[in-house]
Design a protein around this ligand. Structure first.
Ligand SMILES: Nc1ncnc2c1ncn2[C@@H]1O[C@H](COP(=O)(O)OP(=O)(O)OP(=O)(O)O)[C@@H](O)[C@H]1O
Ligand SMILES: [Mg+2]
Ligand SMILES: [Zn+2]
Length: 324
């Protein structure tokens, strides 16, 4: 897929940093062990020597090179075993002095069998998502700033239980959604009137999922669709991102103007994400009946299969305004 090459450059840089950080950690571990345990240190040094001896053999190419390489390999293996045993004896994991990699598949080179490793493409995707989000103002809220005190605890709502009870469940569901985020994953549909915390909770999810290293795009439907429609004439990277980011948070669905092109873009995004089992969090003020009036059945039927959270209570924005 067509990503701007600057994201590749940024990803290379991030991979460099990862390699450097891991090498440094490895060096510190060696210093630590050498300083504390002379027996382990001696084994480690002998191991380093066998590698040097191997290189010397390969350059010198003596008559009996095969036997000597075989003997060295044997020596190397038995030294490794001893060193691991010695580490365990001192209470360390046996691989404590092994090279450290974030990605075992490509050993942090970003390449496997002449192709980009998936870990590298994940970084590229995250860079592209960060860029998209920096264009929309992404003010991240947290779960800890979400207070249940704004919701009434005394009267039943149209759904039965009091608002606070329902919202406590929503908060709990959103926390768990973020905490357990993985791919593939389910989608959420947050429904409810204005000012009840839909954006607040979805940004809380965004912040936690971003921290886990996933690519997350957050945007309001009116804004994303307007930009997407405009970009169609320019290249199409944005549509790629919206359809392939690990998580798409589509806020204010239904607040965009009625426009056939928007509906068709929405369908493309929602449908292709569902086909690749990629999750979405979608927020709307509209009731199912209103959704049906605004969008065709293909979109509505997909929205209504998502896990639904209903937001209830009275406008927190107004209550907070009154506090000031
Ligand atoms: N439970 C809460 N605790 C603390 N702040 C809250 C809570 N719910 C909402 N807010 C704050 O109130 C304001 C409005 O909330 P939010 O934007 O999340 O509402 P919304 O449901 O997305 O409304 P809309 O449908 O108009 O987009 C925000 O500043 C948000 O941080
Ligand atoms: Mg909102
Ligand atoms: Zn990799």
């Amino acid at each position: 897929m067509g990503f701007d090459s600057s994201y590749f450059t940024e990803a290379e840089r991030e991979l460099d940093a990862i390699r450097m950080r891991n090498r440094r950690t490895g060096e510190l571990r060696i210093e630590e062990i050498d300083g504390k345990y002379p027996d382990t240190a001696a084994l480690r040094k002998e191991l380093t020597l066998t590698s040097a001896k191997l290189i010397a053999l390969i350059t010198e190419r003596p008559e009996n090179i095969r036997e000597r390489i075989a003997a060295l390999e044997k020596e190397n293996l038995s030294l490794q075993r001893d060193m691991r045993g010695s580490l365990v004896k001192h209470g360390y994991p046996e691989d404590y002095l092994d090279p450290i990699y974030n990605c075992r598949i490509c050993k942090d080179t970003g390449i496997v069998e002449d192709r980009r490793c998936s870990c590298f493409m994940d970084i590229v995707k995250r860079k592209a998502a960060e860029h998209l989000n920096s264009v929309t103002p992404l003010k991240l809220c947290g779960f800890d700033e979400f207070s249940l005190a704004y919701y009434d605890d005394t009267r039943p709502t149209e759904l039965g239980p009091a608002a606070r009870k329902i919202m406590a469940k929503n908060l709990e569901d959103c926390r768990r959604y973020a905490e357990e985020f993985h791919l593939p994953y389910k989608s959420l549909l947050m429904r409810g009137k204005t000012g009840l915390g839909k954006t607040h909770l979805s940004l809380s999810i965004a912040s936690e999922v971003i921290n886990k290293g996933y690519s997350v795009i957050y945007g309001s439907a009116p804004d994303l669709l307007r930009r997407l429609d405009k970009e169609k004439f320019e290249g199409g990277e944005m549509l790629d991102m919206l359809t392939t980011a690990d998580l798409l948070i589509l806020d204010d669905l239904g607040a965009e103007i009625d426009n056939k092109m928007y509906v068709s873009l929405l369908y493309t995004i929602i449908n292709s994400r569902i086909n690749s089992s990629l999750p979405m969090v979608i927020n709307t003020n509209l009731t199912p009946a209103e959704l049906e009036r605004k969008y065709d059945e293909r979109i509505v039927s997909r929205l209504l299969t998502m896990d639904e959270l209903q937001f209830v209570g009275s406008d927190v924005r107004v209550k907070k305004g009154a506090e000031l």
